[in-house]
Write a protein that binds this ligand. Sequence first.
Ligand code: CA
Length: 492
Amino acid sequence: MYIRVNLRDNVAIIVDPEGFEAREHIPQSHKIALSDLAAGEPVLRYGSVIGYANRAIPAGSWVREEMLEMPVAPSLDDLPLATAVPAPLPPLDGHSFEGYRNADGSVGTRNVFGIATTVQCVAPTVEFAVRRIKAELLPHFPNVDDVVAVTHSYGCGVAIDAPGAAVPIRTLRHIAMHANFAGEPLVVSLGCEKLQPARLFASELPILESGNVIRLQDERGFGEMVAAILQAAEKRLERLNRRQRRTCPAADLVVGLQCGGSDAFSGVTCNPAVGYAADLLVRAGATVMFSEITEVRDAVHLLTPRAETPEVARDLIREMRWYDEYLARGMADRSANTTPGNKRGGLANIVEKALGSVAKAGSTALRAVAGHGEKVTSKGLVFAATPASDFICGTQQLASMNLHVFTTGEGSPYGLALVPVVKVSSRTALAEKWHDLIDIDAGRIATGQATIEEVGWELFHLILDVASGRKTWAEHWGLGNALSPFNPGPVT
Ligand code: CA
């Protein structure tokens, strides 16, 4: 049994290696040639060229990575701009979740006491204090879900005035002001670091008022540092404990999408199901962000026509061009993206991976494009520029999102401490093997047990439940990957 995505395709993906005639054994999720392919002939999947055969490949053969020459990336100079804008889908009314409404209108999906930090130097001290807060204070405030320290590797030893520094700084500012923190973090600074609190919170002056910032170099010894953090924590926990969930429209969701450890099934099972759920969210008025530039680059010609205006298309091209140049400075290109796991999972190259990855973006018009670490303010489908690296993409999406959806084929136990992460598997075998990590099995689409629409609706309802407080597996186990702000600027 195999899956052919598009009638033009001359390769298909093996679902079950048993039960039909192939010229050789082909592992699950790898490609079979559906017809004789001549040397130089384009190899088509998703109706698009994923490569050119570099030798004759007889029908029924295993089409492996080394048999394909990768096409060049689509030119950024002559892309169609807003030429095929999808008509709006009918609104989807009547869907809501129970969230924490903040003074600025944003809505939290969790009630978290947040400690922002300006520099890595303070991280172990803050983490020491967090262990004590969790053990000694948190049990007295049952309405508060968690205590999260926004620790990171940035803040000093960097060229803070270089243009690239704007990216990590605004990412960290927006994370500190996160909706799940009620927009009022405690700030811990060292004192002598380059990223001074006034610089981190340039546009958020109330944060700098007394009582909000603890400077460790002002304290007498470690004991006083920890005591100062605990004292400030108790006051904030009292306030946060009074927060209550209220019914909010689904339109208040800001959902970040990404994939990690993709395989050749990702583009036919989990990513299209996520794309269907993305369309439902957009119809309900929510914000849906997709990202991962190197996984969009080879599909950019499919996205610029979908941009709502030529300006939005040009914004997307600007982000692609910036990243092409960034990679070129490091003497690499987008082909550096694929991993050994992707290839083991049947993905020949970044072109095939990208065509499957953008299925997450569903079918609606592209409403806006946000730069690296910028806060997304638009509703609808938004491209938020990030690298594809799971932990960097997740960190940058945290600038805006209140819920995260993560698709995986090879499997990753990834999680974020600050927002719930819903994990969707591309294959049933993974969902069974990792029954206590995967929240939804989209592999049922490959075996015909469920349709893309059914899994899409299931995910949509799970998103609303999780936004209302239902725990994901990553939350159940307390899995929070380290935050890794993207720093394209120089380190000194
Ligand atoms: Ca990723």
